[in-house]
Design a protein around this ligand. Structure first.
Ligand SMILES: *[C@@H]1O[C@H](CO)[C@@H](O)[C@H](O)[C@H]1NC(C)=O
Ligand SMILES: *[C@@H]1O[C@H](CO)[C@@H](O)[C@H](O)[C@H]1NC(C)=O
Ligand SMILES: *[C@@H]1O[C@H](CO)[C@@H](O)[C@H](O)[C@H]1NC(C)=O
Ligand SMILES: *[C@@H]1O[C@H](CO)[C@@H](O)[C@H](O)[C@H]1NC(C)=O
Ligand SMILES: *[C@@H]1O[C@H](CO)[C@@H](O)[C@H](O)[C@H]1NC(C)=O
Ligand SMILES: *[C@@H]1O[C@H](CO)[C@@H](O)[C@H](O)[C@H]1NC(C)=O
Ligand SMILES: *[C@@H]1O[C@H](CO)[C@@H](O)[C@H](O)[C@H]1NC(C)=O
Ligand SMILES: *[C@@H]1O[C@H](CO)[C@@H](O)[C@H](O)[C@H]1NC(C)=O
Ligand SMILES: *[C@@H]1O[C@H](CO)[C@@H](O)[C@H](O)[C@H]1NC(C)=O
Ligand SMILES: *[C@@H]1O[C@H](CO)[C@@H](O)[C@H](O)[C@H]1NC(C)=O
Ligand SMILES: *[C@@H]1O[C@H](CO)[C@@H](O)[C@H](O)[C@H]1NC(C)=O
Ligand SMILES: *[C@@H]1O[C@H](CO)[C@@H](O)[C@H](O)[C@H]1NC(C)=O
Length: 547
């Protein structure tokens, strides 16, 4: 994949997004892979685009695709002669990464300038110590005091920066973990529903009322869809587990690195300050070198977090755009192919078919057996049924498997068991079969079978909305909306906190580092001047005193 070439830390948002893609998407890759490209419902798509074009939407570029987060991602692209990047949010596009990376360029440049510039200064200082033995020992009380004050100020700023960084990483960690938990939870719900639906179908196979069962072809179809559902659920479940573990691992490492960085910077700032105040020349020199490299590294990290922050914000906007335009072809579709609905559709229709057939079985028994008065010689159909006629069950689907409204006199799936209770007769067992001894249309045994059939039908019927949600992706849309409303603000804000904390720490340590050198110099001059003013001797070169 294109983004595997990016620095490892860039994998974080990429992984997050990738993770979103398969965990939330319609059940699993199996569900997506089965779609043939030509089947994407082209007519609807073309019509939708046409209507969009008529309304002159600002973000639609061409007939072929919809640009996600177009405004937010309009940045200069260094890979394309610094022209504006117009491809929108697209993590498989190197130009996208380049243009986001470019926003962090000032920080990378700053890191480079600092590294080279301060390196040069250090080199010059070294040279001065070695070669130019003559130095002036001008000493002014103001310069000394000023350097001390600034040194204290910058050290305090560094400490505050470390605190901001530490707090920021804590919040960042909790917001990313919460987001991850939410997504994993959504995936878990999907897996649960798929498994429960599959179990309901299995139950349906066993249902029989008064020796009438589901047709054999339906039983075969149930077996087929169950295998698909099972592997979809297993796929989704293992992928969710693997990826959430991986992402959690990466997050833990990033956060640990930030904690260590905050601690090390705090230590460096504090010890450098201490050694500088105490005039421990040698230790100050060592800390100046260490700080020099650390500051350069921290600036680079700042850039990386600025980039991360921008990618997170882009992703949030892209998800929002996608929610608003779910049927357009977007970059998210490449990783989140919501239009690939073959298995979801198959499950949906299979569920309807099974419900339809189960209701049919029950109604056949009611119409052909319970509600008819057979003479005792009718054999198995006779159980002395008599009394008022039972209302038939309302079939929620037509034979074409579309919605059907109940006719008058039919009872709904939810009421049937309750209503039919009034038609149970008292029965006695005569030569192995139940015979009614009082008026009634069903024996307790037949009632139990009917109630079980109704229960299973209703169970399957109630999965309709879930399966429809998988098919038309309202499920993913809801998840994205939820993430956008509840998790994005936190993610954006806390990645910004870290970035601000890093900027504060690196700038403050950079400045205090400069003042360690200045202050140490002022301190030496002051000491030197005092010494010779008191003794009344002319000043000597300083180097002889240095260790
Ligand atoms: C464009 O959409 C807006 C609402 O989003 C609607 O009020 C307006 O009538 C539409 N214009 C056309 C030309 O369809
Ligand atoms: C979209 O396609 C139609 C024909 O299919 C064409 O006339 C029109 O110019 C295209 N629009 C754009 C923006 O490419
Ligand atoms: C998701 O399911 C797995 C195992 O089935 C479980 O360990 C995990 O805690 C669940 N996660 C959430 C957020 O419910
Ligand atoms: C699936 O069924 C189990 C028990 O059979 C139940 O505890 C769970 O809540 C069901 N899950 C869903 C999402 O309906
Ligand atoms: C579903 O998959 C699991 C694990 O692969 C397997 O143990 C189970 O027998 C399967 N169930 C069905 C009904 O295929
Ligand atoms: C995303 O970028 C890839 C690679 O450049 C490109 O092939 C793909 O068409 C882009 N997707 C969209 C929707 O622009
Ligand atoms: C779903 O499947 C049914 C039949 O199984 C078919 O009539 C319908 O067109 C399919 N719908 C989609 C969106 O594929
Ligand atoms: C029940 O009666 C209908 C017609 O009323 C008939 O088509 C159907 O085959 C009968 N079913 C049984 C099991 O006798
Ligand atoms: C069928 O009914 C369900 C719920 O009763 C509803 O969500 C769905 O939109 C209906 N479908 C059609 C095509 O009317
Ligand atoms: C089902 O029962 C409820 C109350 O128990 C009643 O309000 C509703 O009208 C009944 N529905 C049908 C279709 O009989
Ligand atoms: C059949 O039911 C009637 C009541 O409808 C009852 O009087 C009669 O005794 C029953 N016959 C047998 C053989 O139980
Ligand atoms: C209906 O099914 C549920 C599980 O789906 C079960 O807990 C309940 O006992 C069943 N009720 C009857 C009357 O069979």
């Amino acid at each position: 994949m294109a983004f595997s070439r990016s620095p490892p830390i860039l994998l974080l948002p990429a992984l997050l997004v990738l993770f979103l893609s398969f965990s939330v998407s319609c059940a699993s890759s199996r569900l997506h892979r089965t779609l043939i490209p030509g089947e994407r419902g082209e007519d609807g798509l073309v019509m939708w685009r046409r209507s969009l074009a008529e309304n002159s939407s600002s973000v639609e570029l061409s007939n072929s695709s919809f640009i996600l987060a177009a405004e937010r991602t309009d940045r200069k692209d260094p890979l394309n002669g610094y022209k504006h990047y117009t491809g929108g949010w697209n993590i498989s596009n190197n130009h996208y990464w380049a243009s986001v990376g470019f926003t962090a360029a000032p920080l990378f440049v700053l890191a480079l300038i600092w590294f080279l510039g301060f390196g040069l200064v250090l080199l010059l200082i070294c040279c001065c110590y070695c070669c130019c033995r003559r130095q002036s020992y001008s000493y002014s009380r103001t310069a000394y005091a000023l350097s001390l004050i600034l040194l204290i100020l910058f050290t305090c700023a560094a400490i505050v920066g470390c605190i901001v960084l530490y707090t920021g990483q804590g919040k960042f960690h909790s917001s990313t973990s919460n987001t991850l938990d939410y997504v994993v939870g959504q995936a878990n719900i999907t897996v649960d529903n798929l498994r429960n639906f599959s179990e309901s179908l299995a139950d349906a196979k066993k249902i029989g009322v008064d020796q009438i069962f589901l047709p054999a072809d339906i039983q075969g179809k149930i077996d087929a869809i169950q295998t698909k559902l099972n592997s979809s659920a297993n796929d989704l479940s293992t992928k969710t587990k693997d990826n959430s573990r991986k992402i959690q691992h990466v997050l833990d490492e990033v956060v640990l690195a930030l904690i260590i960085l905050a601690a090390v910077m705090l230590l460096v700032a504090f010890l450098g300050f201490l050694f500088s105040i105490l005039g421990l020349q040698f230790l100050v020199s060592i800390f100046v070198i260490v700080g020099w490299i650390l500051v350069a590294g921290t600036f680079i990290l700042c850039g990386v977090f600025l980039l991360l922050h921008n990618v997170v914000a882009d992703t949030c906007v892209a998800m929002n755009d996608w929610v608003d335009h779910p049927h357009a072809h977007t970059a998210l579709d490449d990783i989140l192919p919501c239009v690939d609905t073959a298995t979801a559709n198959e499950s949906l229709y299979r569920g309807r078919e099974v419900t339809f057939q189960l209701v049919n079985v029950v109604n056949q028994v009611i119409n052909n057996i319970s509600n008819r008065n057979f003479p005792p010689r009718a054999g198995p159909l006779y159980y002395n049924q008599s009394g008022p006629l039972m209302p038939p069950l309302c079939n929620p689907y037509t034979a074409g498997l579309s919605n059907r409204t109940c006719a008058t006199g039919e009872v709904s799936l939810s009421n049937a068991s309750q209503v039919w209770r009034g038609y149970i007769c008292q029965a006695a067992v005569v030569s192995g079969s139940e015979i009614c001894t009082t008026a009634g249309r069903v024996t307790p045994g037949i009632y139990k079978q009917m109630a079980a059939a109704v229960n299973v039908s209703q169970g399957i019927y109630l999965y309709g909305p879930f399966l429809t949600g998988l098919e038309d992706c309202t499920f993913v849309r809801q998840t994205f909306t939820e993430i956008n409303n509840n998790y994005c603000p936190g993610l954006e804000q806390h990645s910004k906190w870290i970035y601000v904390g890093l900027v504060m720490v690196s700038t403050a340590v950079m400045l205090s580092l400069i003042f360690w050198v200045i202050y140490a110099r002022e301190r030496r001059h002051r000491k030197y001047n005092k010494q010779f003013i008191h003794s009344g001797q002319p000043p000597l070169p300083l180097q002889e005193k240095a260790p």
